[in-house]
Structures are given as C-alpha cells and as structure tokens.
Design a protein around this ligand. Structure first.
Ligand SMILES: [Zn+2]
Length: 172
C-alpha cells in the first residue's frame, strides 16, 4: 500500500481518516447485519438508500484524496479507488472498463457477498449495494461528473448464486 492509500491515524484523538473522512472499522458480521436491518425495515426502498449512502461516503473520501494528490487521469483515479477499496478489505475490483461514459466492473471476493452467504446463506437478489455506490462515487470523482448524473447497480452477485459480482455504471 502506498502512502496515498494509507489511512491516517490520530492516536491522540483516537480517530482514523482517509481523504479527510473518518473511517469506522467493522467486520462482515456487523456490516451485513446492519444491511439486513435496513432492508427488513425499508423493503423495496432499501437498495436506493444503500447505494446512495455508499456513493456519498466514497465520493467525499475519494474527492478528498484527489484534492490532496491529483491522480492525473480518470483511469489512474479509478485504479486508485480500486486499490483503496481492496486495501480496506472489501475485495478486488476490475474497473478497467469504466470511464466518462460509465461501463462494467467486476468484483472478486466481495466482503458483502461472502459475508452475507456466511451469515445467512444465499439471497434472492444481489446484495452488494455499498459496492455499487462506491463505483458510482469513483466514476463521479474520476471523471469529474456531478453525482446525480451517475447511477450504478449490481447485475450479478455471488450472494445470489452468481459466478461473480458484476456492476453496470451508467452516466446520464
Ligand atoms: Zn455481490
């Protein structure tokens, strides 16, 4: 991990930040239980909220990193986003198809998919909402797009029996 990817620990204040945003560390048990609680409560309204939350959290963090040290190109910014995502333990994503027009991305060993299956088994629909939001935020920052122009959804998910987790990012 390069120093650009490493969170900053403030031991005196007991906080850790990345891109100027505070980090909270949770295991997959906490994350998938929280997600299930939101899905149980909001039903069909949950996916949009979970994706939007993931997008906003990632967008502000990645924009902070770009402000500190500009990646120089959209492709480099997307690679840095993927490296940060992996370094935080969420899985290794392929973002090579993404760009200003959106595109497709895949994820190996999704924290959310593997965590969900290990806790509750398969689910009927894709479950990596945070990942979809992260990808939308990454494209918005890398391509300097207004966030409302970028949408993202998971089209195949390991937690729903898929071969891999796949995502379609669209720019409007
Ligand atoms: Zn998934």
């Amino acid at each position: 991990m390069s120093f650009h990817l490493a969170p900053k620990a403030d031991l005196e204040r007991g906080i850790t930040t990345l891109g100027g945003r505070r980090l909270v560390f949770h295991c997959h048990h906490y994350n998938v239980f929280l997600q299930r609680t939101i899905e149980d409560a909001l039903q069909e309204r949950a996916p949009a909220l979970l994706v939007a939350a993931g997008m906003e959290a990632s967008r502000s963090m990645l924009q902070g990193l770009e402000n500190d040290a500009n990646s120089g190109s959209a492709a480099d910014a997307l690679r840095r986003a993927a490296d940060i995502f992996a370094a935080q333990g969420f899985g290794r994503m392929d973002v090579s198809d993404l760009g200003v027009g959106g595109g497709l991305a895949t994820l190996e060993h999704s924290h959310y998919a593997v965590g969900w299956v290990s806790r509750w088994g398969k689910r009927p629909t894709p479950g990596c909402f945070f990942v979809a939001g992260f990808l939308a935020g990454a494209v918005a920052v890398a391509c300097r797009l207004a966030p409302e122009r970028v949408t993202s959804r998971e089209t195949e998910c390991v937690a729903a029996g898929g071969e891999r987790c796949s995502f379609r990012v669209e720019v409007w």
